[in-house]
Design a protein around this ligand. Structure first.
Ligand SMILES: CC1=C(CCC(=O)O)c2cc3nc(cc4[nH]c(cc5[nH]c(cc1n2)c(C)c5CCC(=O)O)c(CCC(=O)O)c4C)C(CCC(=O)O)=C3C
Ligand SMILES: [Fe+2]
Length: 383
């Protein structure tokens, strides 16, 4: 039976009970003097070897000490505001980061003082994992605790569901792969492999990613990436009429060498494919929402140099960035969640085999090594 309230006039642009959207991201340095303090923020208490930090610092210095992530978030903010305005969704959009200015606590304080009481959070991470989900929820809990300590009533925060399988996230990447294939020399195009790539994480955090009942080898993190990779590979096959082999591989490993992280690494993978006589490869960075430093350095610089050394033609396909289809997807997710919170039944759009992700992370979802308070989940100490 259809719920009449679903069709109520005016409901299309109604974000109630939410009164603001918060874009929550990683943050990055904006000049050479920022690089070391930024890396200190990122790695505080996380046991990254000094050598690795020096190396990663060099990646930033190679680009003038400027991470691309902040300008990409500014572009996403513009795209969201434009999409909301064009679709009569009256919802202010704010921005705060985990590791660099504008810091999350400062943004939340401004939002609370401006009177926002129910805030919906969009993170720049599409998949389940400790780094991409729970750690942001811990950051939210820390920020809310800081406001409380200042005598400010903390607003209520909810987090949008994972959007890895939303068509507004997947479709732009399909088009990116098609464009990359077009850019390859014609004689190698049909034989090109697709190498889907994402951030490596420790095996132990992959295995415990997602809700507890989904834990197991690779966990939700690997399963979600495999689902997106298969969706893109299927669409590309349908649209080009060519069956291309594909694999999910990893990049940007850090941590101590004796701790197992997800493999194979993209560079080793390129070497393996070259050894097998594969004529070309499209690297598809499905793990990244925009062209982060991991994309500019680890793929466009390091892996591309490796391929040149091998004499293997490669292309790197586009990330979603501020694509208007992604902005529209965020609007749909906001309206979906708002309607759900109002007790209405809504369609939850999702492609692939896994279905729409949960709204509320259950207890035991993507656990931390050392438990800490996390907001916007079933185990949140806040309402
Ligand atoms: C899964 C995942 C994402 C994707 C989801 C998401 O987007 O959140 C992501 C994103 C990002 N990671 C970033 C940068 C860094 N990540 C590091 C370290 C680590 N990342 C990890 C995982 C992830 N990271 C892990 C398990 C570590 C080990 C230490 C720890 O357990 O915390 C380090 C320390 C040095 C190093 O070891 O590499 C840096 C500098 C930037 C900014 C890039 C820019 O400036 O454009 C972004 C978007
Ligand atoms: Fe990272």
């Amino acid at each position: 039976m259809s719920d009449l309230r679903d069709q109520a006039p005016g409901a299309a642009g109604d974000a109630a009970p939410y009164d603001a959207l918060l874009l929550l991201s990683f943050g990055g340095p904006e000049g050479p003097d920022d690089v070391v303090p930024f890396l200190e923020n990122v790695t505080r208490g996380r046991g990254i070897p000094k050598e690795r930090l020096k190396e990663v610092g060099q990646h930033y210095f190679l680009f003038g000490g400027v991470s691309p992530i902040n300008d990409q978030n500014r572009a996403l903010l513009d795209a969201l505001r434009e999409d909301f305005a064009q679709n009569s969704l009256d919802l202010p959009v704010h921005w705060g980061n985990r590791n660099w200015a504008p810091y999350l606590t400062d943004t939340l304080r401004e939002m609370a003082l401006a009177g926002h009481r129910r805030i919906l959070v969009l993170t720049t991470s599409a998949y389940a994992s400790y780094s991409g989900c729970r750690q942001y929820r811990e950051n939210l809990a820390d920020a809310l605790a800081a406001l409380e300590a200042e005598g400010i009533e903390p607003p209520r925060v909810d987090k949008l569901r994972h959007y890895f399988n939303h068509p507004g996230f997947v479709r732009p990447m399909i088009d990116g792969v098609l464009a990359s294939l077009d850019g390859l020399p014609e004689e190698v195009r049909a034989g090109a492999h697709l190498a889907f790539t994402t951030h490596s994480i420790p095996d132990a955090s992959a295995d415990t990613s997602g809700p507890a009942e989904e834990h197991g080898r690779g966990g939700a993190y690997v399963r979600e990436h495999l689902d997106v990779a298969r969706l893109i590979a299927d669409a590309v096959r349908e649209e080009t009429g060519v069956e291309r082999p594909w694999e999910l591989v990893y990049q940007s490993r850090s941590g101590a060498p004796h701790i197992p992280w997800l493999e194979p690494d993209i560079c080793d993978h390129l070497e393996t494919l070259h050894g097998k006589g594969v004529p070309a490869v499209v690297m598809v960075p499905i793990g990244f929402v925009s062209d982060h430093m991991e994309v500019l350095y680890d793929l466009d610089t390091e892996a591309t140099a490796k391929a040149a050394e091998l004499g293997l033609p490669v292309a790197r396909s586009a990330t979603v960035g501020a694509d208007p289809r992604f902005a529209a997807a965020v609007r749909e997710l906001v309206l979906e969640r708002a309607a759900t919170e109002r007790g209405q039944r809504v369609e939850r759009c999702a492609l692939g085999a896994l279905g729409p992700s949960h709204d509320l992370c259950p207890v035991g979802c993507c656990p931390a090594r050392a438990p800490r308070p996390a907001a916007a989940g079933a185990d949140s100490p806040y309402a």
